[in-house]
Design a protein around this ligand. Sequence first.
Ligand SMILES: [Zn+2]
Length: 285
Amino acid sequence: MYFSRTHSAEIARSDTIAPTPMNPASSLLPLPDFYERVLVITAHPDDAEYAFGGTIGRLCAEGSEVHYLVCTDGSQGGEDPHEASAALTAIRYAEQRTAAELFGVDSVTFLGLPDGTLTPTLALRRSLVEAIRRVRPRLVLTHQPLRSLEYPIGASHPDHLAVGEAALGAVYPDARNPRAFPELLAAGLGPHRVTEVWVPGHEHTDFFVDVGPYHERKIAALMCHASQFRTSVDPRADVAWVVERMRGFGDRAGCGYAEGFKRIVTDTATAPGPVRAGHERSGAS
Ligand SMILES: [Zn+2]
């Protein structure tokens, strides 16, 4: 789960989701590039929708091929200790597939690792390298690998931190390095350079995606995860904070609704790193 329902309930507000007229895509603030293929790497079923559902909806609508890789089995996403883990996992996988279909996501793959146990191991990194070399994305969306001391604690679930770190390690250097995991090369999975990674920015946010009309699809996708709202009397009220956050990022970006990221450009020659006035940018590789 991206945020616990308990947390959501604490900050839920009574305001409902205001209807917004559909805007043509051409009226949205432009994206930096066209991303032919996108790989979304998350820890749990529902993370993609919470973290960047509006962006996924927009990317799909604008013609990107989008693939999901969900690392865990979601088996800790419930509050009934007597429910069989396999049964809960089956429900959560089905919910994840339904949510992805709502956006038009091209594929959903589950690694099936036990929920709540992830650390950024070499084995996890290898699995992510394999996925990157199969999909060959220009853009990867994944978790923020740094614990936020500012944002609600649910954002820094240990599985999120582990996946974020493993994914960035997979992007650089392993996916592009033909000498990393030679068995993948032997299996026909050659090196691949991911050019951008976007993670939820938290206090490091420096990049916004105008999600315009797709903010409503994001909420609809969240509602597909019904197992996460079993005891809720009003699931949409529980996620009102998600709408408020998109409005807040929209205020900063100069649009109605946005999602906020830290944008990592992996080509160091063009990455917007810190530059001191009068000094050349460091070209460390
Ligand atoms: Zn999660």
